[in-house]
Design a protein around this ligand. Structure first.
Ligand SMILES: [Zn+2]
Length: 81
């Protein structure tokens, strides 16, 4: 699965690994490529960075599943415009 564009949902799933520097170089490239063309995910990443700055740390367990779902719905609507 190299070369394919990430979807917004995949990006959201990878965001903690990205911020922890845990992505493989090829995954990180795809992540950053998606970010470059997606305002919604850029805003999401900025929000995650801010959350981490506030909490000092972040794990996948800290993400409220309902909030994540709401974001994904938001992204879907965004893409439709
Ligand atoms: Zn996106």
């Amino acid at each position: 699965m190299s070369g394919a564009e990430l979807t917004c949902q995949e990006l959201v799933e990878l965001v903690t690994a990205y911020l922890e520097g845990a992505l493989a170089p090829s995954e990180r490239l795809r992540f950053e490529h998606h970010l470059a063309g997606c305002a919604g995910c850029t805003a999401y990443l900025a929000q995650m960075r801010q959350t981490i700055a506030l909490l000092g740390t972040l794990s996948a367990h800290d993400i409220d599943p309902e909030a994540e779902q709401a974001l994904l719905v938001h992204f879907r609507n965004w893409n439709r415009q």
